[in-house]
Ligand binder design. Structure first.
Ligand code: PLP
Length: 413
């Protein structure tokens, strides 16, 4: 796709042509893909970057003296700079390549957490976290004799005003919170949250897995200490993720995993470690994944995040209105500031049945707890059906979803 200016509206029909999978069929019907929050589809530009790298540019990086390896290293480190620019980090060394957001959060829990959290300390999360931002902290608390605290959310799925402030204390070592909720779509006011935490001397990790595909992120202006996200939700290949950390934190942290690449020198008596970020990148990385991530960022920037935000807001508004018009449908997650995620329950019908009937219509949605069981508990439902949108979705996709739900209602009515 060749972009005009960022001011012209998104040409969705054109964008869709960049995603070959969107022209395919499912169950004999045109695919309606509404599960981007689980993982996004890939544009041809990313597929081509991977294919070209494997066809004519592949070699291991950093240690080869030959041309292929030097060129692969250049591409890999170039992608690190692309990521740095994309999230507004001050220095490329603040970008650590990991497998996914889960690994990024675990890296902080194992490395920073083990170094900085002790008996009686507290870690604060929120009630809308994905399991990836709950379980690593529970494991750390168990190991260290620390306590996990949970900031409450209201019936719309928003943080309760004053809830975080009330729970921050001298014992709090870290606030780990999602930027955008995967189960509810809530966009949290991260800048204010960071300010609040920093005023109490508390470090902040943001789970950006659902934020980076939908909104511009500037880690320097947010001022968070750590920011985690996955490439596969950002139109890049699966298997590659990013941990951003402020340089001073990363430099002070011990390695997470040991092995090749992360060392300066090794003897049987003593090993010294490489400088960041390589100190945290033990073993051969997902080289192609990193190059694919760079290509995905190039693609998104060509489209323009501003245009993506405008189109997704319009789609969300349209989808919300259409779903709310169905009396048997209840939306779970109606925050004032929301990303294009629509979690809902259909009265008297199990979400798995909803998902199965929609699948028969070629509509891909997610039914389940969305790796956020405490959110389901908070809203008193075992599961929801979730339609999650991206810039490649259309109002016709939403119409297909509504027709599918009407079919569900006919069958179960
Ligand atoms: N955090 C949030 C908010 C998510 O939505 C997800 C995935 O759905 C994750 C973390 C974990 O991402 P991954 O499975 O790519 O590590």
């Amino acid at each position: 796709m060749t972009a005009a200016t960022n001011r012209t509206p998104l040409d969705v029909a054109r964008v869709r042509k960049d995603f070959p999978i969107l022209a395919t069929a499912s169950r004999g019907k045109p695919l309606v893909f509404l599960d981007t929050a689980a993982s996004s589809q890939k544009p041809q530009a990313v597929i081509d970057a991977l294919s070209a790298f494997y066809a004519s540019g592949y070699a291991n990086i950093h240690r080869g003296l030959y041309q292929l390896s030097a060129e692969a290293t250049r591409l890999f480190e170039g992608a690190r700079i692309r990521v740095q620019e994309f999230i507004g980090a001050a220095d490329a060394r603040e970008i650590v390549f990991v497998r996914n957001a889960t690994e990024a959060i675990n890296l902080v829990a194992y490395s920073w957490g083990r170094q900085n959290v002790g008996v009686g300390d507290e870690i604060l999360i929120s009630a809308m976290e994905h399991h990836a931002n709950i379980v690593p902290w529970q494991m750390l608390c168990e190991e260290k004799g620390a306590t996990l605290r949970v900031a409450p959310i209201d019936d719309r799925g928003q943080l309760v005003p004053g809830g975080i402030a009330e729970l921050l204390s001298d014992r709090t070592k870290l606030l780990a919170i999602t930027h955008v909720s995967n189960a509810l779509g809530t966009i949290n006011p991260v800048r204010e949250i960071v300010e609040l935490a920093h005023a109490r001397g508390v470090k902040v990790l943001l789970d950006g897995a659902q934020a980076v595909p939908h909104t511009s992120v500037d880690v320097r202006s947010i001022d968070c200490d750590f920011y985690a996200f996955s490439g596969h939700k950002l139109f890049a290949p699966s298997g590659i993720g990013v941990l951003y950390g402020k340089l001073a934190h990363l430099e002070a942290m011990p390695p997470f995993m040991g092995g090749g690449e992360m060392i300066a020198s090794v003897t049987f008596e003593k090993t010294t470690y490489a400088e960041v970020p390589r100190k945290f990148e033990a073993g051969t990385p997902d080289i192609a994944g990193v190059i694919g991530l760079g290509a995905a960022i190039d693609y998104i920037e060509e489209i323009g995040m501003g245009r993506i935000e405008v189109w997704e807001a319009e789609l969300l508004e349209y989808a919300t209105r259409r779903l709310e018009a169905l009396p048997q449908v209840r939306l779970v997650g109606t925050a004032e500031h929301k990303a294009a995620v629509l979690s809902f329950v259909v009265s008297g019908v199990h979400p798995h049945d909803v998902g199965t009937i929609l699948d028969q219509e070629g509509i891909a949605v997610r039914s389940g707890h969305h790796c956020a069981q405490p959110v389901m508990d908070r809203f008193g439902v075992p599961a929801t059906t979730r339609a999650s949108l991206a810039f490649y979705n259309t109002k016709e996709d939403v119409d297909a979803l509504i027709r599918g739900i009407e079919k569900v209602l006919e069958i179960f009515g």
